[in-house]
Design a protein around this ligand. Structure first.
Ligand SMILES: Cc1ncc(COP(=O)(O)O)c(C=O)c1O
Length: 320
């Protein structure tokens, strides 16, 4: 483990390491191909887990270090990141304001329901573009009355959030030999930036493929590269440390858009449940698994010994 990473403060939200399992029955059902493993961040034992819990271990620690009394973040009405932030705030004794774009579910379901149980105050806005100004406005109001808000950008996809996934690479390398390929869902880019940087720093030749949940490969690779640019200095390296690393994003499984399932993503949910009793979520991980299945069937990974699916959580959305 890198000393600079180990020196970053964390709060003990999550029970990590998360398990890694072989999914042999799923592999047989999709017609064999490379050995398939799954990293179970969906099974992280804090507030229904997921990749955002990993990131918040670092980001919430920074909020505490800065003396924050309120966490503010944003997402869609069924945002996993919003639920994980509300959970971190509850556990740490902080207030939480969530800015959600979309129509509030009535009655509240899924992550929206959990956010309410966790005591977060949710403010609804119309569009994605309204979210950042609404967060800043909420923070401004609190600052004026002497409170200490801490604004967490969408998905906690900052260099600090991504550092959690650098650590996650070291975690998995204690559990298994380096896989040839990691496939995972990508959206705001922090998970992918961390995985790519982690594999580079650990000196493994693992190919990391992010399957986009919404954005084009072009715009998402810009986001991942921007996070990587900040991650180098955060970890004590020169700027540009990760300038030449490959960032692979597959935009072919988005279908009609964010949160809209496809025949392939529905098939992925059913097949993984029926063969392994593991649940994917419709917005992120089912599309990523649909991507993995398509690549295996096309023979893209024929030279690979092991492909690891990094399950980033989100299963609460099945109840939305
Ligand atoms: C379940 C799940 N998987 C994957 C992602 C994408 O991760 P990132 O935003 O770090 O790209 C998200 C983000 O919201 C998520 O909730």
């Amino acid at each position: 483990m890198l000393a600079s990473l180990a020196a970053l403060p964390t709060v003990p939200l999550a029970s990590v390491p998360s398990p890694v399992e072989e999914i042999a029955r799923f592999r047989a059902a999709i017609g064999a191909g490379p050995r398939l493993l799954i990293k179970r961040d969906d099974a992280i034992g804090f507030a229904f887990g997921g990749n955002k819990v990993r990131k918040l271990r670092f980001v919430a620690a920074d909020a505490i270090a800065q003396g924050a009394d309120t966490l503010i973040t944003a997402g869609g009405v069924q945002s996993n990141h919003a639920r994980a932030t509300a959970a971190a705030a509850a556990k740490l004794g902080l207030h939480c304001i969530l800015v959600a774009n979309g129509v509030p579910p009535d009655p509240p379901t899924g992550n929206a329901l959990l956010g309410r149980y966790l005591g977060a105050e949710t403010r609804f806005v119309q569009s994605r573009a309204d979210r950042a100004p609404a967060m800043e406005a909420a923070a401004g109001v609190l600052r004026r009355v002497g409170r200490r808000p801490y604004v967490i950008p969408i998905g906690a996809s900052t260099p600090l959030g991504a550092a959690a996934f650098v650590g996650a690479v070291y975690e998995i390398l204690e559990q298994i030999d380096p896989p040839d390929v990691i496939v995972h869902s990508t959206s705001s880019g922090g998970t992918q930036a961390g995985l790519v940087a982690g594999c580079t720093l650990a000196g493994v030749r693992t190919r990391v493929i992010g399957i986009s949940a919404d954005e084009s490969a072009e715009s998402l690779s810009r986001d991942v590269r921007r996070i990587l640019d900040g991650l180098g200095p955060l970890l004590g390296f020169e700027p540009g440390k990760f300038a030449d690393v490959p960032v692979e994003i597959d935009e072919d499984f988005i279908g009609d858009g964010y949160g809209i399932s496809t025949p392939e993503s529905r098939a992925a949910i059913e097949l993984l449940a029926r063969t392994e009793a593991i649940f994917l979520d419709p917005t992120y991980t089912a599309k990523a698994m649909a991507g993995l299945m398509a690549h295996v069937r096309r023979g893209t990974f024929s030279g690979a010994g092991t492909v690891l699916f990094w399950h980033t959580g989100g299963q609460v959305a099945l109840f939305s």
